[in-house]
Design a protein around this ligand. Sequence first.
Ligand SMILES: Nc1ncnc2c1ncn2[C@@H]1O[C@H](COP(=O)(O)OP(=O)(O)O)[C@@H](O)[C@H]1O
Ligand SMILES: [Mg+2]
Length: 252
Amino acid sequence: MIDIQGITKSFGSLQVLKGIDLHIDKGEVVSIVGPSGAGKTTLLQIIGTLDKPDAGTVHIDGIDVTTLSQKKLSDFRNQHIGFVFQFHQLLPEFTAIENIMIPAFIAGKSHAEAKQRAQELLEFMGLTDRASHKPAELSGGEKQRIAVARALVNNPAVILADEPSGSLDSKNKAELHQLFFDLRDRYGQTFVIVTHDESLAAITDRTIHLRDGLIEMPEAIPSPIPEQEPVQEEEIETADPSTEAEDPSTQL
Ligand SMILES: Nc1ncnc2c1ncn2[C@@H]1O[C@H](COP(=O)(O)OP(=O)(O)O)[C@@H](O)[C@H]1O
Ligand SMILES: [Mg+2]
């Protein structure tokens, strides 16, 4: 449902993306990792139609977004793509529920329809009692979850998240990460998440390693240190501390 082929992108003489091919299925939670400057944000912005590649195609739900006009692109983005950034970027003068409803208004939904969807999302996230709070009255974790609800309001094909938990403490981070998987289970929501967080990358369905403008092939990625075999409980119970003293090598 997202099909990316042969994407290249340069800024001046700097070639940031050197030929990216990537296919993402509906309901997949994919993470993109890589060193700073590797081109992660650039790739996400191209998938999200916020930037155009120099060459290559991006198909989302069968539509080649690289050929759409500016006017069509903004409609497409509003209806098919949800964004979550490192900082929530909620509008400070609007309440939580109003922030969630705004993209639905832009899509031409009625007030009643937008409100019903926003309420459903708030309830799913356990934030119903925060509906009429303004962003300044919400915690960092709550603001990020409201930003996720805003991204979801128009049932997008994909949510693109750029370091979404980068500004959260570990508890809120874990809650936000869990929310992504809960949303996948409930709505079949697809996520592409740029992250530095290894614990998040480890639990996603697939991790794309970006380096020097290319996707690293799996065999080129150093495998993690193998886990120790778990010690059997019986071994612990039957282990006799005196056997160690009988080992001749320890008596020298
Ligand atoms: N609009 C731009 N103009 C010029 N250079 C850019 C622009 N956007 C990104 N770059 C450069 O492209 C490279 C990749 O940037 P980026 O995609 O933000 O990397 P990452 O998100 O992996 O840290 C960096 O060297 C960055 O400075
Ligand atoms: Mg970045």
